[in-house]
Ligand binder design. Structure first.
Ligand SMILES: C[S@@+](CC[C@H](N)C(=O)[O-])C[C@H]1O[C@@H](n2cnc3c(N)ncnc32)[C@H](O)[C@@H]1O
Length: 277
C-alpha cells in the first residue's frame, strides 16, 4: 500500500493522483450517478421559477425573473459526474412538455484539482457549461462568478462529496450563501453515518472490503480511499449539517436520503438563502 495520510487541505492534490481512474471507480459504485441526478433534480425543483409546481412556500419566494439565465454552480465538480447530473436535470426541467418554466441555464463547474478538471474537460459538454480551477474556501475570489454577482447571485449550488473535505465547513457554507441570490438554493450531497451505528459498520465493511482494495486495483494507490473512510467517520451527522446551514442563515433546510446500499450513508441536505437576506 502507498504510505501516508491525506489531510483536508491536501485533498485536491490527492485527487490529482487518481484522476485518470476516478470514473472507473465510481462506475463500479451502483447508484452513484442516479443519486447525483436525484440531488440535481431536488436542487432544480427547489429553485424559484426553475420548476412548477414548486414545493410549498417556494413559489412565493421567487425573486428571479422568468426570462433570466438560470445560474448554477457545481462546486467540487471533480471529473464532471455531478456536472453531468446538473446538465441532465436542466434538460429534463426544460424539455418540451415538462411542467417547468423553461429558462436558459449556465453552469460553472469548479474544482481544486487540476487533474480532475482535465478529466472533466476532456468530455463533451453543452456550450453553457464552463470549468474553472479554484478552492471552495476561496470562492469569493473566483473571477468566473463575476457575471453571476452582477446579475444578483447564483440560483443554485450543488456541492457533491465536497463539504466533508474542506478545512472549514462553516466558512465554505457562508461563502456559498454569499454567492447565492436571495431565494437561491444549495444542495450538499455527501456521505454521513454519524449517529447511525448500522450505517457506520456497513461503511467500514464496504471501505475495507471493496473500496480500498478496488482503489489499489485501479490506481495502485490507497491513501485517498483510506482518507475517504476516515473522513466519512469524521463527517457531521445530517442533523449537524442542517444546523450549520441554519446557523449560516439558510431557511427551508431539509434532508433527502438515498436508497440502495447507500441508504443511511448518502444524503442531500438542502437549504435556501432567505428572500429578505
Ligand atoms: C469525491 S470528488 C466528487 C466530484 C464530483 N462532485 C462527483 O460527484 O463525482 C470530490 C472533489 O472535490 C474536490 N475538492 C476537495 N476539496 C476541495 C476544495 N477545498 N476546494 C475545491 N475542490 C475540492 C476534489 O478535488 C474532488 O475533485
Amino acid at each position: 500500500m502507498d504510505a501516508g495520510q491525506v489531510t483536508r487541505t491536501e485533498v485536491p492534490e490527492a485527487f490529482d493522483e487518481v484522476a485518470d481512474r476516478y470514473d472507473l471507480m465510481v462506475g463500479m459504485s451502483p447508484g452513484y450517478h442516479a443519486q447525483l441526478r436525484a440531488s440535481a433534480d431536488a436542487l432544480l425543483d427547489a429553485i424559484p421559477d426553475a420548476a412548477t409546481p414548486s414545493t410549498p412556500g417556494v413559489a412565493s419566494a421567487s425573486t428571479a425573473s422568468a426570462d433570466a439565465l438560470l445560474r448554477l454552480l457545481d462546486l467540487g465538480c471533480g471529473s464532471g459526474a455531478s456536472t453531468r447530473a446538473i446538465v441532465e436535470s436542466v434538460r429534463r426541467h426544460t424539455a418540451p412538455g415538462a411542467r417547468t418554466t423553461a429558462r436558459p441555464a449556465s453552469v460553472l463547474a469548479v474544482d481544486g484539482s487540476a487533474g480532475m478538471l482535465d478529466a472533466a474537460r476532456s468530455k463533451a459538454w453543452p456550450s453553457w457549461v464552463a470549468f474553472a480551477q479554484g478552492r471552495a474556501e476561496d470562492l469569493a475570489d473566483q473571477p468566473e462568478l463575476a457575471d453571476a454577482r452582477v446579475a444578483g447571485g447564483l440560483d443554485g449550488v450543488l456541492a457533491a462529496y465536497l463539504v466533508r473535505n474542506v478545512p472549514d465547513r462553516d466558512a465554505v457554507i457562508a461563502a456559498i450563501r454569499d454567492e447565492l441570490r436571495p431565494g437561491g438554493v444549495v444542495a450538499l450531497h455527501d456521505y454521513s453515518v454519524r449517529g447511525r451505528p448500522v450505517s457506520t459498520a456497513l461503511w467500514t465493511a464496504m471501505c475495507w472490503g471493496i473500496i480500498i482494495p478496488l482503489g489499489w486495483v485501479t490506481s495502485r494507490r490507497t491513501r485517498l480511499y483510506r482518507y475517504l473512510w476516515r473522513s466519512v467517520l469524521d463527517m457531521d451527522s445530517t442533523a449537524q449539517l442542517e444546523d450549520r446551514l441554519r446557523r449560516a442563515g439558510f431557511v427551508d433546510v431539509t434532508t433527502l436520503h438515498a436508497s440502495g446500499w447507500q441508504r443511511g450513508i448518502v444524503h442531500t441536505v438542502l437549504g435556501r438563502r432567505p428572500v429578505d437576506a
